[in-house]
Design a protein around this ligand. Structure first.
Ligand SMILES: C[S@@+](CC[C@H](N)C(=O)[O-])C[C@H]1O[C@@H](n2cnc3c(N)ncnc32)[C@H](O)[C@@H]1O
Length: 282
């Protein structure tokens, strides 16, 4: 059932969502409101989703706004999503980064729309399994997302049977997970300790300090307007390490004509580097 609101009221709410999160929804997506906002509106003691949205429209930013916006994000993710992307990391990008950072013995990696953590954990497991020579390095993997519920799940590192069976190769399951009840598995402490999860809003927060060797910004720009995409890509360009830094997007995403990046098409999965400075063959 659709919420009982005029299209103008829905448009006002969607424009607040876009201003806060960058996520751009048009009126054809109003069918999402009832199902996604029902639990939040009930927790806030509103009789209907319509009343709740009217309240959000007329009041200034509150924690209910944050919860409502987070409930409208799409958090779909899987372990080892896009095998060609992970192969590019394993065969090409990680070996190059490891060579380049062998003096420093440090890698800084950011999964910038991490959802419940599968992307960051997949990478941590891959590093542990295939690159034992860097087991004593300082490896910092930051997983960030704007949604607190998905971050809470990521921090626990607990996934149900269908989440692990869906795309996780069995040798990873056997090595890095333990079954904790009939339907759930927990990822090992060794892998959990490699990844920290924090709340960052790509649109409104100033970004984490320092330079990143690897930034994964996958399957989030598709929800942003062209203008917000450009703002985020511009900010990330400054955070990418010179020479070795690599930025990966999702399969349906592109650079939007941003001139500060070069594109590397020569690999199984396209990635981006700072314009004019590259260790990678193109
Ligand atoms: C579809 S998931 C992508 C997960 C993972 N990167 C992958 O490719 O499997 C998109 C994530 O982006 C997050 N997101 C949306 N807007 C955001 C924003 N403004 N700042 C940070 N994260 C955001 C959502 O909460 C959601 O968890």
């Amino acid at each position: 059932m659709d919420v009982q609101l005029r299209d103008e009221e829905i448009a006002t709410f969607f424009s607040q969502l876009e201003k806060n999160l960058g996520v751009s929804l048009d009126i054809s997506k109003k069918y999402l409101l009832e199902a996604r906002l029902k639990p939040v509106s009930e927790a806030a003691n509103y009789a209907s989703v319509g009343d709740f949205i009217r309240y959000l429209n007329r009041s200034r930013q509150t924690s209910w706004h944050e919860k409502a916006f987070a409930a409208l994000t799409t958090n779909e993710t899987t372990f080892f999503r896009d095998p060609a992307f992970f192969l590019t990391l394993q065969e090409s990008v990680l070996p190059t980064l490891i060579r380049h950072r062998s003096d420093l013995k440090r890698l800084r990696i950011w999964s910038a729309a991490a959802s419940s953590g599968q992307e960051a954990f997949s990478l941590a497991m891959m590093i542990r399994l295939y690159f034992p020579e860097i087991s004593n390095w300082d490896i910092d993997i930051l997983g960030s997302d704007v949604s607190l519920p998905v971050l809470a799940k990521a921090r626990k590192g607990i996934f149900n049977e269908s989440e692990v069976k869906r795309s996780l190769p069995t040798h990873y399951l056997d090595k890095f997970f333990k079954k904790i009840d009939g339907n759930h598995y927990q990822i090992s402490d060794a892998i959990r300790s490699m990844v920290r999860f924090e709340r960052w809003n790509l649109i409104s927060d100033s970004f984490p300090n320092g330079h990143y060797d690897l930034i994964l910004l996958r399957n989030v720009l598709i929800y942003f307007s062209a203008e917000n995409k450009s703002v985020v890509l511009e900010k990330l360009n400054k955070l990418l390490a010179d020479e070795c830094g690599a930025l990966f997007l999702g399969g349906a995403e592109s650079m939007n004509g941003n001139l500060k990046y070069d594109v590397n098409l020569n690999y199984k999965w396209t990635f981006y580097i700072k314009k004019g400075i590259s260790l990678y063959d193109r």
